[in-house]
Design a protein around this ligand. Structure first.
Ligand code: FES
Ligand code: FES
Length: 199
């Protein structure tokens, strides 16, 4: 079967997709996007988290056929997506939590030809920078999924409580950090976002 969908703002086509093939397989093996990690393939670790029409999902549990005509954002497109959100909502519309990014707005978004696919030479998304600054990355295997989930949290809940953060990231397992630094990173990104809205 052929599947047409949008990945990181660009229209893509995958041919000869077999019935049981997962979105994760298509992204990693056919589209050359290895950022979404493959750990459990059972929906238990969250390392494969991507956004499907704005909603965080485990790409290993989504059949490729289900994404026909839909929008996928992977960690490779996160910085560009965050930039788009900022540009589309000057003054921090999204950051204030008032609207989020609508599907229509997402459909109008086009990533630059080189960055959405390779992730090279791209500015980091605020949440990525916060993970670095807070020391929230060790082996890094869980990091892409956490970044996608945390970015979605901050889009919709700009001033999350610790409980909100724990809930939003509860599907993402990390074997290295003990989670405290990850919580710190999300708190840091939220504080910076708040500061940007106020300035
Ligand atoms: S690889 Fe998808 S949840 Fe673990
Ligand atoms: S940093 Fe190693 S699994 Fe999270």
């Amino acid at each position: 079967m052929r599947v047409n969908f949008t990945v990181n703002g660009r229209q893509q086509e995958a041919d000869d997709v077999w019935e049981g093939e997962s979105l994760l397989y298509v992204l990693r093996e056919r589209m050359g996007l290895p950022g979404s990690k493959n750990a459990c393939e059972q929906g238990e670790c969250g390392s494969c988290t991507v956004r499907l029409d704005g909603v965080p999902v485990c790409a290993c549990l989504v059949a490729a056929g289900q994404v026909q005509d839909r929008e996928v954002v992977t960690v490779e497109g996160l910085a560009d997506y965050a930039k788009h959100r900022e540009d589309a909502h000057p003054g921090g519309g999204c950051a204030s939590g008032a609207c989020g990014t609508t599907l229509d707005a997402a459909k109008r978004w086009q990533s630059k030809p080189t960055d959405g696919q390779t992730g090279e030479a791209v500015e980091l998304a605020p949440i990525q920078q916060a993970f670095i600054d807070a020391g929230a990355v060790q082996c890094g295997f869980c990091t892409p999924g956490l970044l996608v989930a945390a970015d979605e949290l901050l889009e919709n809940t700009p001033s999350p409580s610790d409980q909100d953060i724990r809930e939003a990231l509860s599907g993402n397992l990390c074997r290295c950090t003990g989670y405290e630094k990850i919580l710190d990173a999300v708190r840091l990104a939220a504080a910076r976002q708040e500061e940007a809205v106020q300035s």
